[in-house]
Structures are given as C-alpha cells and as structure tokens.
Design a binder for this molecule. Structure first.
Ligand code: UPG
Ligand code: MN
Length: 752
C-alpha cells in the first residue's frame, strides 16, 4: 500500500504475572476437586450428599474460571490516529446515526435532545452525516423537542465548531463556566447568548403540556389520538441537509415512530433498530451506521474519525465488521455501589475479547458496516482490490431477504456490492412515502429481518445476540479507545432499577443460550471461532450461575443447622485448599480493581453485588426463562429509568443517600432476603450448639469453615440485613420479608 502511515495499531497487552496467578487459582481449584473426589469414596448418608453437591458446584466454578482464563489470556488494545485521516478526506464514507428512545416518562426528551445535539455537532462533514431518532413511545413531546432542538442546532453546531467545544452535549458544556476564555469579551457574549437560548429550549420542552399543543401545532396533528401501542408510522424530516452542497450547516435529522399494532410483536429495541435501518436505507443509505441509546451523548467530538481509523485502517475489512466504544457513565456514583459500572469487565474481559475475534457488541456506542448488518460475509481479499461479489445476488433473492420494496432492494444492492461512497438522495422529503412503507409492522413478514438480516430477534439482550451472529459470519470487531472517552451514558441507581436491569440482561442471555443462536452451535456450524465461543459463554452463562451459587450458599447454613460439614476440617490434610482459594481468589479480584485504578471500596461493592445479583436478578431470570420455555410466561424489555436530576450537573438526587441500597416489593428481593435471614439463623443455631456442646460427637459436625462461609455471606448481603430493619425505601417491604421468612422456615424444617 502506498500510504505509509497506519491509521491504527494493534497493541498486545502483556500480563505474565496475571497468567501465573490464573494458573495458581486453577491448580488450587483442581486440587480441591481431586480432594473431594477421593474423600467421596468413603463417607455415607447426608454428609456424603453435601460433599457431592459441593463437588458439583465447585466443578462448575472451575469451569467458569477456565472460561474466564481463556477470555482474558491475551488482551489487546487499539491505538487510533485520526490526524492521519486528513490526507484521505475524500475516502470518508457517510455515516447514519441511530438514536432509540422508548418512553418520554422514563427517558425525558431533554436527555434525548442532548444526545442528538452532541451527535449533530460532531467533527465530520455535515453532508456525510444523518441522524435518525426512533421513538417507540410515539410521543408528540419527543417529536416537538427534537424539532426545537433542530432549530437550536443552527446556533449550537457552528458555535461548537468555531470554538472547538470539547463536550458537545449542552447540559454538560453549560454546567461549568468556560473560565480560560472568559476574558475574551466577544466570546463571552456569545457564550451567554447561546446558554440562554439553551435554557429557553429546555424551558419550552419541560413546560409544554401535551394536550395543549398537539391539536394546535400543524406538524404534530399526526399524534392526535395516537395510541403508542397501536398507531400508523410517523416519519418527519426535522432538518434536511441533503440540498446543501457545502460542508457547512449540520446533519439531517429525521424522526421515526414505526407503526405499532397489537397484531404484531414489535421486538423492542431490535425491532426499532431494524426499522431505522430500512428507513435510512431508502433515504441516506450510508455504508456505516452508528447506534447510541438516547442517554449516550458523544463526549469526544472526534469519535467518528477515530472509528474511521479502525474501519478504513486495516488491510482487510474483515478485522472491523463493527467498532465498539466502551460503555462509560457520566452519572456514575462514587465506588460503584450497585456494581453496574462494568469498568473491570471492560478492561479485563473486553480487552481479552478484543484479542480474540473481537469485542462483543454492547448495544450502544457502536459503528457497524451496513453490509455486516445485511448479513454479508466478509470478503477474503483486501479492500484495495475488492472482489466484486461472486455473482451478485439476484433481484428475487434480495426480495426474499429484504422484502418487496423496490427502493430498499436497490439500496441494499449497492451496499452489498461494497460501495463505500454511495450517492445520497437529494431532498429527503420526496422519499417519506417510501420510508413509511418500510416502517409498517407487516413489512418483515416472510423476510429475513430479525434473523439473518438486521438486529436479531428473540432476546431482550439483542446486542450480544446480534454481535454473536456477526462474529459467526466470520467478521471480527475492534474495540475503540479514545481519550477522552467516546460516549458517556447513564446507569441506574437504587436496588430495584439496578436489579431489574441485571435481570433483563440475564433473561436475554438465557434466551440466547436456549436458542439456535447459542455460541456452541454457532461455533460448530458457522464461523464463530472456538475461543471466541468460550469467551461468549462467560457472559451468556450469567443466569446459569444462579442455581449453582445459590446452592453453594445454602450448603453453609445447611451444615450448621443439620450438624454436618461440607468443607475439610482444620485438622484434616486438605483443609488449607479451600482457605487458599478463598484468599487468593479474593486477592486476585482485588488486584484487578487496583490494576484498573479503582478503589478498594469499589472492589468490595462489586464483589458484594456479585453475590446479591446472582441470588436475586440472575435467579429470577433463570426461573423466568424456564417458565417461558414451558409456555407459562413472556419476557419483556423493561426500559431503564434515566434520571433527569443527573442533568442538573450537580449530581443531586431526591434520595438522601443515593449509594444506599433501596428496595420495593418486587419478587426479585425475596431469595436474597431469605438467604440473608437463613445465614443469620444458621450462625445463631451453630453457635448455640457449640456452646451447648452438642457438636461433641466427632462424626462430622460443622467446623470453622462453615462458620466463615456463613459470616462472609452475611457480610456480602449486609445491605439486605440493613434492609430488614430499614425504613421507607431503605427497608424491605413486609410482603417480601414474609415470603422470605416462609422460605427460611421451610428450609430449616427440611434440615431437621
Ligand atoms: O421497546 C423498546 C425498548 C427499549 N428501547 C431502547 O433501547 C435502549 C436501551 O434501553 P435501556 O432501558 O436504556 O436499557 P439498558 O440496560 O440501559 O441498555 C443496555 O442493554 C440493552 C440490552 O442489552 C442494550 O440494548 C443497550 O444498548 C445497553 O445500553 C434505549 O435507548 C431505549 O429507548 C427501544 O427503542 N424500544
Ligand atoms: Mn441505558
């Protein structure tokens, strides 16, 4: 290749010490298994059953450790050099940006507006960008807010470009004073003017009463009487940049509320993304698509350029089927009290994935090649000499896959042929009719949408599922790291919202495992690499971990209550093995947090949340999917509430202590509450028996190990112990306590 300077560089991360530690833990686990297996040969009765159960659980933990080791073994990161793109400006492909929103209550329009404004103002030729917003809430307020935002963008985008504004989401920019530039009178006047315009915009959005303006506003009449679950498609071009020839101005903005009907399943976010894919195909048809959730603003104006380094920078495009930015949060609480900031997961597992077939798709902050979404397998030749697809697909073939709309098939054909510089449509409004036709519910009937094409249906964790399908087609993916971070999003706080989110993820993951798209089948039948398959399993088995972990956490209390033991006694030869595992495993984990420059507190919070999540959210997800497979229930996508208060900039929330665990009467809290109570009861009973000397017979009553196990669990479940006596939202509701109490009583009865 002529151009000498590489746009990207793949940098392996060395981790020799970590690999040694990996092996140490693995050998200890194997030693424990061996010790158990040999001890099992003797023994009898209930005690033997305890050991057998422990053996099964520990075998599972060992398997998990192996899966994790595989995933973390040789991590890489990618460096990107966007400056070097300037020589290749005419090669830059167009990008269609997709934003999804679903509910104006849970996702306030101001949040979406900020996301959209940050995207419209990105450093990229405006004529090559277009922004599509999908509104599953069919809310006139959202549409109105976006229209007003487009008007404000006329001021905002040039302002950002002129002054090189860092973060282009107005709420972040205006939350602090631009001190160094204050001296510049001219600038300061402009700054104050734009700030007041932004405040007026927020005021208009927040104070508008739906009922008052829907009927009076000509452009919003379509929403009059529309029911969000049953309405025709509404598509509006809020800003059309296609007519302007210059690089000036700002990208087109299109509002899409797809048709909904009770007769058709709408497939949640995956369904929304597929409609956006089709609508954009008949309008701008960019070969690259960026997708972000409504609460993820662009935090680095150069994100698209960084992504282009990875999309254009390899000799072969197979290396970057998609480019994923890490999910990082702007409203993250100190020390991650709810264990949902996933920073260590990204840095350890994510980089590990990146060293295999590539990072998983995370649903937001991701650039896809459109042809990848269209199910096209990677070419084996370099893109310098693109291999014109071996006999390009016939019209009939395309029709069967993409549906019957002529304009869509034509656009798909150009994408499949590998065209990176498509000719855009001039005057988007002229195509609204066509766009409407591809947004109706019935369009997908009998086509491949949601299966081989587009976002894959059948899981509430559509991102992992869709990413798996892409890897299974043979593509690799690249992890994009930028400084400052590319996008920042919001993460839920409080017990109910965090656990609901974890439950939804785990539900979706179990749906993936139970489907024909599970990674094992994909690796046998398709082109998912074997080690990538094992890496996916680390995530996909989240819900399966629940029964094992819950079972293991019941062994301690069972032994204390029934006067048995499941761990070797301190006098026995094997007793140091579990102790060593306990210490080294926790130290390993702790060091991972240190390595990621997080606090000890963050480590403790996360390791504690791990126990809480597996015995609540994951367990319920496990049961839900079992019921679903028996045809007894349905899984739904419960949208996470985005806190508007985090937009105040000062992080103020209504709750006195936002990091403290809160509860509601959801069944998700029952099992963890029960386990907390049970362990306390067990410690009390065990201690009483010790004092009373009833454990004197040496036949295998509990030892120190069982007490340590139970105490450790009580520590992990401390938020629940506090919840037992807490008040208001900090207290566990009586209905939950009662049900948990019944479970405990039943278990105690069973032990006797
Ligand atoms: O019927 C629906 C439901 C949700 N959404 C959108 O989906 C996005 C994600 O929903 P959210 O409630 O914020 O879920 P999170 O758990 O925060 O999202 C994470 O997990 C999801 C499922 O794995 C991924 O889709 C997301 O990208 C990822 O950020 C939001 O933009 C929603 O507006 C829709 O468009 N239609
Ligand atoms: Mn979200």
């Amino acid at each position: 290749m002529a151009s000498a300077k590489k746009l990207q560089e793949r940098v392996p991360i060395h981790r020799t010490a970590w690999k040694l530690a990996d092996l140490v833990v693995l050998s200890l686990l194997l030693a424990l298994l061996a010790h158990r297996a040999t001890s099992l040969l003797g023994g009898a009765g209930a005690a033997r059953r305890c050991w057998l159960l422990a053996l099964v659980c520990e075998a599972w933990f060992t398997l998990l450790w192996l899966l994790n080791m595989n995933c973390k073994w040789n991590p890489v990161r990618f460096e990107t050099y966007p400056d070097r793109l300037s020589e290749r400006a005419d090669e830059l492909p167009a990008v269609d940006v997709f934003v999804t929103t679903a509910d104006p209550e849970l996702e306030p329009p101001v949040v979406t507006v900020n996301t959209v404004l940050s995207l419209l103002a990105l450093d990229y030729p405006a004529s090559k960008l277009a922004c599509y917003v999908s509104d599953d809430g069919c809310s006139p307020l959202t549409c109105y807010a976006l229209r007003e935002a487009a008007a404000f963008a006329k001021l905002w985008v040039p302002f950002c470009r002129r002054h090189g504004v860092g973060v282009r989401a107005p709420f972040v920019y205006f939350s602090s004073d631009p001190e160094p530039l204050m001296a510049d009178q001219e600038f300061f006047r402009e700054w104050k003017f734009i700030k007041s315009e932004y405040e007026k915009l927020v005021g208009r959005i927040e104070n508008s009463e739906e009922s008052s303006f829907v009927q009076s506003d000509q452009e919003l009449v379509d929403f009059f009487g529309a029911d969000r679950r049953n309405h025709p498609a509404i598509i509006k071009v809020l800003w059309d940049n296609s007519k302007g020839k210059t690089e000036e101005g700002f990208p087109s903005l299109i509002y899409v509320s797809r048709e909904k009907s009770p007769k058709f399943h709408h497939h949640f976010k995956a369904g929304a993304m597929n409609v956006l894919t089709r609508v954009s195909a008949v309008l701008t048809n960019a070969p690259i698509m960026l997708n972000v959730d409504c609460d993820m603003f662009a935090n680095n104006p150069q994100v698209i350029l960084h992504a282009m380094c990875l999309l254009l920078g390899f000799d072969d495009e197979v290396h970057s089927g998609f480019v994923q930015a890490p999910q990082i949060f702007y409203d993250a609480l100190q020390d991650d009290p709810f264990g949902n900031q996933t920073e260590v997961m990204y840095k350890k597992l994510g980089y590990g994935f990146a060293g295999l077939q590539g990072i998983y798709y995370n649903g937001t902050g991701c650039f896809h090649r459109r042809k990848v979404i269209y199910g096209v397998p990677p070419d084996c030749t370099t893109h310098v000499k693109p291999r014109r697809t071996k006999g390009s697909p016939s019209w009939e073939e395309l029709q069967a896959k993409f549906g019957s709309k002529k304009e869509l098939i034509e656009s798909a054909r150009s994408i499949i042929s590998g065209d990176m510089l498509t000719v855009p449509i001039v005057d988007l409004s002229s195509r609204i009719e066509v766009a409407n036709e591809v947004s109706v519910c019935s369009y997908e009937v009998g086509t491949c949408w949601g299966q081989e094409i587009g976002w894959v249906y059948g899981s509430t964790t559509e991102d992992i599922l869709t990413g798996q399908r892409i890897h299974a087609a043979g593509w690799k993916s690249a992890l994009m790291n930028t400084n400052p971070p590319a996008f920042l999003g919001s993460t839920p706080t409080g017990g109910p919202a965090s656990l609901t989110q974890y439950k939804r993820w785990a539900t979706g993951l179990f749906e993936i495992l139970m489907s024909r798209n599970n990674p094992i089948l994909l690796s046998i039948l398709k082109r998912l690499h074997f080690r990538q398959c094992l890496a996916y399993l680390v995530i996909d088995v989240w819900p399966l971990r629940a029964p094992f972990e819950v079972c293991y956490s019941l062994l301690g209390p069972y032994c204390l209550l029934a006067n048995h033991s499941f761990l070797p006694k301190s006098s026995e030869p094997g007793s140091s093995i579990p102790l060593a595992i306990f210490l080294i495993y926790n130290l390993y984990n702790f060091m991972e947090y240190m390595d990621c420059r997080l606090s000890a507190r963050a480590w403790w919070n996360n390791q504690r949340m791990q126990r809480i999540i597996s015995s609540s959210a994951w367990l319920l997800a496990f049961l839900t999917v079992l019921l679903k497979n028996l045809g007894l229930s349905e899984t739904v996508f419960e949208v996470t509430r985005k806190d508007k208060s985090s937009l105040n900039g000062d992080g103020s929330t209504d709750e006195a202590d936002p990091g403290r665990f809160t509860f509601d009467s959801s069944p998700v809290f029952i099992p963890a509450t029960a386990i907390a109570i049970l362990n306390i009861v067990a410690i009390a009973v065990g201690a009483w028996r010790m004092v009373a000397g009833a454990a004197e017979d040496k036949t295998g009553g509990p030892g120190v190990g069982e007490f340590v196990c139970c105490s450790w669990l009580v520590l992990c479940l401390w938020p629940f112990v506090k919840g037992l006596v807490g008040k208001g939202s900090y207290g566990i509701p009586w209905s939950v306590k009662l049900k948990a109490g019944l479970l405990v009583a039943a278990f105690v009865h069973f032990c006797r």
